[in-house]
Each structure stands twice: as C-alpha cells, then as structure tokens.
Design a protein around this ligand. Structure first.
Ligand code: ATP
Length: 441
C-alpha cells in the first residue's frame, strides 16, 4: 500500500492511485493439459485499455486454501484481484469460500440471489436443490453482479484500508468461468467501475517483427540498445523463421508511453535493417500480398519440401486471388521436370536439393505460369534422407523476377515440422525482399 501511495499523483487536489492488477483463473481442469485458459488474456487486454497494468497472473485448482493464498498474494502485488471460475453450485466450486477466508469475512446468504435462483428453477418447472443455495452465499459487504448468461452471479468487493487515506481502496472481483458468461459480465458490470479507478498509468506495447534471423542474432544486434533500460521493457520471442521484439512502455499518458516506445524502436530499427518487416503486426504473407497488389504483379510458387505450406499462407490472406496465379507442389523429380521443365540431368549432376534445381524450379514456374515473380523451395526436412554432404535441414529457396534470380541457402536445425515452417518463412522473406527492392538476400 505504501508503494501505491508513493505512486499516487496529486491531480486537482484529489489523490489518484495508480492501480495494479492480478488475475487468477480458478479450476482444476485448467491445470490439466489440453484445456486452454483464455480468460486471463481477455482480461489483461481489457484492463490495459482502461490503463490498469496486470502484474501477476495465476491458475489455481479448486482448493480453498490455495485460492485464499493466491488472493492474499494478489493483494500484495497490487490493488485489484480478479478471479474467474469456481462459482458453480457444487462442492468443488470454492472460489467464494477461498476469497472469504483470505479477506477474513463471513459468507452470508443473499436472499435476493436465492430468490432469483429459485425463480430460475421454477420457470423450468423444477424445484431448486438445496445445494444450489451455495451460489447465494456471498462474503460480507460484497456487491452482486447479475449473470445474464448463466446461474453463477459475480461479486464485486471493495476493501477500504483503514490504515490509509480513504481513497486507498483495494478490490476483489469474482467472475464466472465460462468465457461466454465472464465477458458480458465484465463488460456490463465491471469495466465502467474500474475505468474511473484506473486513472494511473497507460501501458502501450509495440511489436517489431523480424524475419530470417535467429533469436540470438536479433538479441546481439539490439542488446546494447535495451540493456539496462527497464521502461520500455524489452522481450524477445522466437518462432520458426520469425522473431518478435516486444516493447512495453508504462507512462502517465499515451503520448508519454509512445515517446518512450519511439526512443527504443528508432535505434532498434536501424540495427535490424532489412530484416525488420513489420511494426504493425502485418504478417510476412500480408506484406508480400500488399506489395504484389501495389505492383500489380502475379505470383507463382513451386514447392517441394513445404508441400503447399507457402501456398496455404499466401491464400490465408483475404483477396489473394488478385495476385496469386498458381502453385506447383512438385515432390518427385519427375514432377519437377514435367511441370516446371527442370532438366532431368540436373538431378544426377547437382541433386534434387541444390541451388541449380531451386533456380530451375523458380525460372520454370515463372515462365510456365506467366507470372511476374516465382518462389521455389527445395530441401531435406528429415528425419531421414540426409547425407554427410547434404544433411537434414539443408534448404534452398529461389526467387525469379524481372531482374534475375536470387537464391538463399540455409542449414536449419530441428525436427521435420520446424524445418518446413522455417523454410516457408525464409521463402516468404526472400520474396518480400525482392518485392521491396531490398538487394541483400
Ligand atoms: P458455472 O457454474 O456457471 O459454469 P463457474 O464459475 O463454476 O460457472 P467453472 O465451473 O469454473 O465455472 O468453469 C466452467 C467452464 O468454463 C470450464 O469447464 C471451462 O470450459 C470454462 N472456463 C473456466 N475458466 C476458464 C478460463 N480461465 N479460460 C477459459 N475457459 C474457462
């Protein structure tokens, strides 16, 4: 609390607390593999819109003491704790009990809820089982939030801290688990209450997407820009063939947060050079599609190792029919000759996975499809098929355009699927460079 008051800023004589939040997802099923926990991501994004940064997220089983401990921890981290799930009528639903225990409050029956629940059952010609009364038990002082989509009411609890100034309130909010109930309840009954409280800090993020470089090279290129800087915070997230540099700035206003983001993004942009392809979450296939449209060019693909993965990415962009002419999936040597005109003696002299074949595939596809530009990929995805000279992960990508052919050779680590995904990203990036007039491959 002291820290909260320290962060408080004085505006027009009113003390404004910069609020920080924790989100707890409750449910044993969320701890088992296979069940996706989506409520926290939704709430984090919604809270960020109303300027409440989330500093802690957790998943707790249906365990009263575990829930109580998590709530106490959340209240140590900040002024707001939102829990979702575990509000049902059965004995394993114990979020209400855990919260009451953490706050040292009694659970009391709220007769408006019990009446409402009984009426719900009556409307369906049923008598409410006594067990369902559990849903009417609320911690003292809690405000009830109606549930339009289900039977579990939500709860909004304001905790006034006697030790601090009267504005130094903390809040615990309980919402139902099913997203179809949780989202409308948050939007209709919680957002506006928090909006007036979240007058603290604005949190903005910016994502710099980089292609064709491994995570370590990206880090090496920008390390001295972000080392020692904790606002914005820099996180590097790697995916196959693509790395995200995520900057998160916290400031009193959006303008200040944007300035902070710019102060780091600008030098990073210079360091990353042509490898940086998006700052607006535009994917490689979207950048390629946009450029093809601007140039009014047609694209064709000749895929061996990726078996159609690149065509899938290209056609996942709405409006791709304006520029995607056709794709060839040529897995066998015969198909490369038959469909693309690759000279059959090349397979014996250079091998199917070679620069020569990649170039012949791209030029052949471009010519046969009558397209302006063609991308080809050939490689060894593994796990078998590699040799000493041509190991698993060896890949060639070629782009044939108006001004000639450019080829990239790579040696990719990892398992089959990963090699294929990397190859697709590298191929799309080579194409992007051709379309953006970037000379380096
Ligand atoms: P109700 O009794 O009205 O269903 P509840 O609060 O008891 O509400 P839970 O029993 O905890 O809800 O969860 C019901 C279902 O909602 C879960 O089986 C799961 O499918 C979904 N759910 C719960 N929590 C989450 C979460 N954090 N993210 C995504 N889905 C969730």
């Amino acid at each position: 609390l002291d820290e909260a008051i320290e962060r408080a800023t004085s505006r027009c004589g009113i003390i404004v607390i910069a609020m920080k939040a924790s989100i707890l997802a409750v449910g044993a099923e969320l701890l088992a593999p296979g069940r996706e926990e989506t409520n926290s991501a939704y709430l984090t994004s919604a809270l960020s819109e109303i300027r409440i940064p989330v500093v802690f997220r957790g998943v707790v089983g249906d365990d009263e003491s575990g829930i109580a401990a998590a709530v106490r921890h959340g209240l140590e981290c900040g002024e707001l704790v939102i829990l979702t799930g575990g509000l049902g009528p059965t004995l394993d639903d114990c979020t209400r009990d855990g919260v009451a225990s953490a706050l040292g409050r009694q659970l009391r029956e709220d007769t408006r809820i019990s009446e409402w629940l009984r009426a719900r059952f009556r409307a369906r010609g049923l008598v409410m089982p006594e067990l369902n009364l559990r849903q009417a038990m609320v911690p003292e002082g809690a405000e009830v939030l109606p549930n339009r989509k289900g039977s579990a009411p939500g709860l909004f609890i304001a905790l006034r801290d006697d030790a601090g100034p009267s504005e130094a309130e903390r809040f615990v909010v309980l919402l139902p688990g099913p997203p179809r109930e949780m989202v409308p309840m948050f939007e209709e009954h919680v957002r506006h209450r928090l909006e007036t409280l979240g007058t603290g800090e604005q949190v903005l993020t910016r994502k710099l997407w980089v292609a064709g470089l491994p995570e370590s090279s990206v880090e090496h290129a920008i390390l001295d820009v972000y080392q020692g800087v904790d606002n914005p915070e820099t996180t590097i997230l790697a995916g196959p063939g693509q790395v995200e540099v995520r900057l998160t700035a916290t400031a009193p206003s959006a303008q200040d947060a944007t300035k902070l983001l710019d102060s780091l993004a600008q030098p990073m942009r210079r360091r990353l050079g042509a490898a940086l392809f998006s700052e607006t979450e535009e994917s490689l296939e979207q950048v390629v599609g946009r450029r093809l449209k601007e140039l009014d060019w047609k694209l064709t693909l000749a895929e061996s190792i990726t078996g159609g993965l690149i065509a899938h990415r290209i056609t996942s962009v709405p409006g791709a029919s304006a520029y995607f002419e056709r794709g060839y999936i040529t897995y066998s040597n015969e198909s490369k000759t038959e469909l693309l005109g690759v000279p059959s003696d090349l397979f014996a002299s250079a091998g199917a996975v070679s620069e020569e074949v990649a170039v012949a595939m791209a030029t052949g596809a471009r010519e046969r499809a009558g397209a302006n530009v063609a991308l080809s990929v050939t490689g060894i995805a593994g796990p078998s098929g590699g040799t000493k000279d041509k190991p698993v992960g060896l890949v060639f990508a070629s782009v044939a355009g108006h001004s000639g052919v450019r080829t990239k050779k790579l040696l990719l680590p990892g398992e089959r699927k990963y090699v294929q995904q990397w190859t697709a990203a590298v191929g799309l990036d080579l194409l992007r460079r051709e379309l953006e007039g970037i000379s380096e491959a």
